[in-house]
Design a protein around this ligand. Sequence first.
Ligand SMILES: [Fe+2]
Ligand SMILES: [Fe+2]
Length: 179
Amino acid sequence: MLRFCADTFFAKRYGHRAVILETVAGVPGMVAGMLRHMRSLRRMEDDHGWIRTLLDEAENERMHLMTFIEIAKPNWFERFLILLAQGMFFSGFLLLYIISAKTAHRLVGYFEEEAVYSYSCYLEEVDNGAIENIPAPQVAIDYWDLAADARLRDVIIAVRADEANHRDVNHDFANQLAG
Ligand SMILES: [Fe+2]
Ligand SMILES: [Fe+2]
């Protein structure tokens, strides 16, 4: 259902899609990391490295945003949506994580799978020439250590690999919490 909404709203504007969805993608890792940090303090228990992994995920998503903001600039309506989405998603995800961390990680796992799919569609548009394969932004070259002459195509592949990793990590966390 969410995919249908995103497909309808963004159509083939993959740059805008990336910017707006990455503003949301940076939320779960930070919320989950914060809650686990607080829990570790409260219970005086080790977190088995989960907090670092979750905060790294949030940072990685924010770098996706810093990259795509160089490629597409949101209009005022999209900026308003970002504001609204952050308020709703932050609160909603916080509540969900408190109620069921397992469900929250599972949900993120499915979101990340959709992100992998979306970046594959983006890549297809670049490969068939519908979207110009522009030079990669410097911030992306520095972050992923890409070649100096890297292009949008290389950036999309690097971002998609990150999303695939987030998918696996979150499904694994959900599995661990399940049993
Ligand atoms: Fe991302
Ligand atoms: Fe992601």
